[in-house]
Design a protein around this ligand. Structure first.
Ligand code: PLA
Length: 449
């Protein structure tokens, strides 16, 4: 705005508008419009935001933005981890449809605010799902569970609590990991370091490097662990390796923070995929768990998840929960009701729960069959390289080993969209699209180095 005192035309117009807004004086609408629309000093260059630079798209969600702009009928989105049917369509589980119908039919349901910690029944059932129905920690009342905005929200709330109340502000995350992890933890106020996890040479776990790095972490440091189906590598520790990790972490007092975004998606079994977490809870120690229902119930956009904090005693758990509420209240006040009600309806009902496990297993099996099909297709083409990691890796993604140039080539020439680290979402593939992907990979590895 002009600094030329009260004299300029702009100032007079703004003053008139201000007087109008701050008094009860009536101004006819035409007069008001002419004041608001008349040229002022606010041309584009003078925006108070003119210094704002355009941010790059998100490395994962930006792939979908680029995909949506591509008019080619051949285009294939293997970027974001979102399940698709054999027809390439998003899937709403039958059991979710049934639960939603129940909710709609129940006229006693209202849209009141939930408590800050969310739906109590959802929280109880979520803890049972990840820790096991017979978990002593639940029986002893030393787990606090709060409903959060899917996996991301659960990670963020847990991290903000730790930044405020835990003596060690450093969190170790695997190298590589889900691209959003470092941002979530840094913005929450933690300092992020990484530990070795993946060995590109073997395309497997760098177990020695992992033990060394966690072994030299400062006592009490927080360690992020993917409960199963590690993203992006698809490489999980064996149960024996988990046990070694547990012993090392407990001996050094490192605090486990589990990210469980794929329970049931790795093996097709909810219980098997929770074994790593249960191992750490069985020893009586403390830990954090962020759960997401995005993938295993296909509730992506409903944003349903939970943060559980396993404590040593019920008294501590109660006090911790009271402080978690102080994190949530000024952030989003309280969570949404619909998705959590769907989950509670399914988890509480034996028939719906059983139906869910079948549908979940079918999704996991379809992904596993895509691994075999892609592997066979590359073998049939004589594509150079050892592609056995495609069938060895676990969960939603294959970490192909393709480099960013090869990925760019596949996008440009074959309209195949994936993250530049060479990760492909196997859940986005179908029998129909495997040959196109195999052709693209074959061309990329033979033509682009
Ligand atoms: N943790 C891990 C390891 C994830 O892979 C994801 C999602 C989340 C948490 C968060 O999921 P939620 O908040 O939706 O529950 N990763 C996806 C999507 C599937 C994404 O990046 O947002 C991915 O494509 O990597």
């Amino acid at each position: 705005m002009s600094s030329g005192g009260h004299g300029s035309a702009t100032d007079r117009r703004l003053n008139a508008l201000f007087r109008h807004l701050s008094s009860s004086a009536r101004m006819d609408p035409q007069q008001l419009n002419s004041i608001a629309a008349s040229p002022t000093s606010a041309n584009q260059n003078d925006s108070v935001f003119s210094h704002v630079v355009r941010a790059p798209e998100d490395p994962i969600l930006g792939v979908t933005v680029a995909y949506n702009k591509d008019p080619s009928p051949l285009k294939l989105n293997l970027g974001v981890g979102a399940y698709r049917t054999e027809e390439g369509k998003p899937l709403v589980l039958n059991v979710v449809r049934k639960a939603e119908q129940q909710l709609v039919n129940d006229r006693s349901r209202v849209k009141e605010y939930l408590p800050i910690v969310g739906l109590a029944e959802f929280n109880k059932l979520s803890a049972k799902l990840i820790l096991g129905a017979d978990s002593p920690a639940i029986r002893e009342n030393r787990v606090t569970t709060v409903q959060c905005l899917s996996g991301t929200g659960s990670l963020r709330v847990g991290a903000e609590f730790l930044a405020r109340h835990y003596h060690q502000r450093t969190i170790y995350i695997p190298q590589p990991t889900w691209g959003n992890h470092p941002k979530v933890f840094t913005l929450a106020g933690l300092s992020v370091k990484s530990y070795r996890y993946y060995d590109p040479a073997t395309r497997g776990l760098n177990f020695q490097g992992l033990l060394e790095d966690l072994g030299s972490a400062p006592a009490g440091a927080i360690v992020l662990l993917h409960a199963c189906a590690h993203n992006p590598t698809g490489v999980d520790p064996t149960l024996q390796q988990w046990e070694r990790i547990r012993q090392l972490m407990r001996s050094k007092g490192l605090l486990p923070f589990f990210d469980s975004a794929y329970q049931g998606f790795a093996s097709g079994s909810l219980d098997s995929d929770a074994q790593s977490v249960r191992m750490f809870v069985a020893d009586g120690g403390e830990c954090f768990i962020a759960q997401s229902y995005a993938k295993n119930l296909g509730l992506y956009g409903e944003r349903v998840g939970a943060l559980s904090i396993v404590c040593k005693t019920a008294d501590v758990a109660g006090r911790v929960e009271s402080q978690v509420k102080l994190v949530i209240r000024p952030m989003y006040s309280n969570p949404p009701i619909h998705g959590a009600s769907i989950v509670a309806a399914i988890l509480r009902d034996r028939d719906l729960f059983n139906e869910w496990t079948f549908e979940l297993k079918a999704m996991a099996d379809r992904i596993i069959s895509m691994r075999q099909k892609l592997f066979d297709a590359l073998r049939a083409r004589g594509t150079p390289g050892d592609w056995s990691h495609i069938i060895k890796q676990i969960g939603m993604f294959t970490f192909t080993g393709l480099n960013p140039q090869q990925v760019a080539f596949m996008t440009k020439d074959y309209h195949i969209y994936m993250t530049s680290d060479g990760r492909i979402s196997m859940a986005g593939l179908s029998s129909k699209t495997v040959p196109h992907l195999a052709d693209a990979i074959h061309a990329a590895v033979t033509l682009v180095s």
